[in-house]
Design a protein around this ligand. Structure first.
Ligand code: ADP
Length: 497
């Protein structure tokens, strides 16, 4: 079937991204919004928009009844869930289908299987996809945890079976720490996910996070679109992603691509999905989890492959076979994405709440921006404080880094503190430039006053200060005193390029 109308069950940049794609395809777009988003770009851009509740997500973007009601009123053919909110809620996928709409995503069973980390690990093991060493059943007792940890060796990681968003993880260095970590991991899991089941896996010391994008149609074809390197993280959450990875050889790329295809097949996967792996310095890779939806960082893959992933999601949901084979997928050039958040790099990246007074993009050759807010919109406590995504594309990694540096240096946001200075500091770091980094990069080099060397502290502080003087980010900011450039140790010299 060909869709004539699609409801986008999301907000922010991803809702805008999907609306734009539908417009290009001649599909009518139906937005939903909470009271906090009445004047947000996704609402203004869509052909129709329905209010679904007050600002808290539980009352609006997580409110299945209200979304289904909107879909019925608008008489759409299909629902696109975006990422976050209900995107990986198998009950929502099931309900959408039961109401006669097409869910633009995988089958509810695939979502359920991959949403439970233990089930996913068991499936992967059967499919011959390497998993991080550890248990494939929930831990029954602290004694069991001690035995397993003794076998695989400390440090270990306790993880919530139903975890996500970097929450519910506990690093345990030795046997003495295990009993209390076990207790607190369970109670945190219970609070965050309503399920206190935890398991244990080996804590890899300096891994890279490298993931493979897959596309699977409803006729049995599965292809992969190569990798994204997502090791630049804070609080176990990505902030800078790139494709291709500076670390992968063609051989390893092929091995990981094949494993990702096996992973997708093992859960009968249809639509776009991502298999996340941890890769150690020797090139050994281990399945981490599968995300059964479009990802925040999908644009870097789009730029290097020329494939529009959201268009493919819609074509697959319409029942079309993939229009290309694995052999036709090529990597051309290099792409980097920076997630620009309203958060304070000098205060542990905590969200910076406030109204965006002014926002001036910096486009230019090779720069794409996916943004879901505009001047006058508020960054609230209710949702993720992502302001925009800047994606740079160049012929080489080096050229892409300089395009991104140029774009971020020009970008001007007033009213909230942003992580732009931290992104710039990463881009200018000699090890990042060489492509030599892992998931501990931010922690090792940019934890002001905690673990970074004085030089590296100064580098970030200088980047922050330089950016403030250029952009007047915080002259009249809501949180006075935190970032006025008067912090001791700051010097306003230029950072060496
Ligand atoms: P979530 O689902 O909460 O996002 P993931 O399992 O995807 O959690 O892990 C998020 C990040 O946490 C990874 O990208 C990596 O940086 C770190 N991590 C997870 N598991 C391990 C592990 N076994 N060893 C080392 N780091 C890990």
């Amino acid at each position: 079937m060909t869709f004539s109308s699609v409801l986008i069950a999301n907000r922010g940049e991803i809702a805008v991204r999907i609306i734009r794609c539908c417009k290009e395809l001649g599909i009518e777009t139906v937005a939903v919004y909470s009271d906090a988003d009445r004047l947000s770009p996704h609402v203004l851009l869509a052909d129709k928009a329905y209010r679904i509740g007050p600002p808290p997500a539980t009352d609006s973007y997580l409110n299945i009844e209200a979304i289904i009601e909107a879909a019925k009123r608008a008489r759409v053919n299909a629902v696109h869930p975006g990422y976050g909110f209900l995107a990986e809620n198998s009950m929502f996928a099931e309900r959408v289908s039961a109401e006669g709409f097409i869910f633009i995503g995988p089958r509810a069973e695939s979502i359920a299987m991959m949403g439970d980390k233990i089930t996913a690990r068991t499936l992967m093991e059967k499919a011959g996809v390497p998993i991080v060493p550890g248990t494939i059943t929930p831990l029954q007792s602290v004694e069991e945890a001690l035995t397993v940890a003794g076998d695989i060796g400390f440090p270990v990681l306790l993880k919530a079976t139903g975890g996500g968003g970097g929450k519910g993880m506990r690093i345990v260095e030795n046997a003495d720490q295990l009993p209390s970590a076990y207790k607190s991991a369970r109670s945190e899991a219970k609070n965050a996910f309503g399920n206190d089941s935890v398991y244990v896996e080996k804590y890899l010391m300096d891994p890279r996070h490298i993931e493979i994008q897959v596309l699977a149609d409803s006729h049995g074809a599965v292809v992969h679109l190569n990798e994204r390197e997502c090791s630049i993280q804070r609080r176990h959450q990505k902030i800078i992603e790139e494709a291709p990875s500076a670390f992968l050889t063609d051989d390893l790329r092929q091995q990981m691509g094949d494993a990702a295809i096996r992973a997708a097949r093992s859960c009968g996967y249809v639509n776009a999905g991502t298999i996340e792996f941890l890769v150690d310095a020797s090139g050994a890779f281990y399945f981490l989890e599968m995300n059964t939806r479009v990802q925040v960082e999908h644009p870097v893959t789009e730029l290097i492959t020329g494939i529009d992933i959201v268009k493919e999601q819609i074509a697959i949901a319409e029942g079309n076979p993939l229009s290309f084979s694995q052999e036709a997928i090529r990597i051309r050039g290099h792409a980097i994405e920076c997630r620009i958040y309203a958060e304070d790099p000098l205060n542990n990246f905590l969200p910076s709440i406030g109204t965006i007074r002014n926002i001036q993009s910096s486009l230019g050759p090779g720069i794409r921006e996916d943004r879901g807010v505009q001047a006058g919109n508020r960054i609230t406590v209710y949702y993720d404080p992502l302001i925009t995504k800047i994606i740079a594309y160049g012929r080489t990694r080096q050229e892409t880094i300089s395009k991104m540096d140029r774009a971020l240096s020009e970008y001007n946001i007033q009213g909230v503190i942003t992580n732009i200075p931290a992104c710039l500091a990463v881009l200018r770091h000699p090890l990042f430039k060489k492509g030599m980094y892992n998931t501990h990069f931010m922690q090792d080099y940019f934890s002001i006053g905690i673990t970074a060397t004085p030089d590296e502290n100064e580098m970030l502080a200088t980047a922050v200060a330089a950016s403030f003087s250029v952009h007047d980010h915080i002259r009249k900011n809501e949180t006075p005193g935190t970032q006025t450039g008067s912090r001791s140790g700051w010097k306003s010299k230029n950072i060496p390029k």
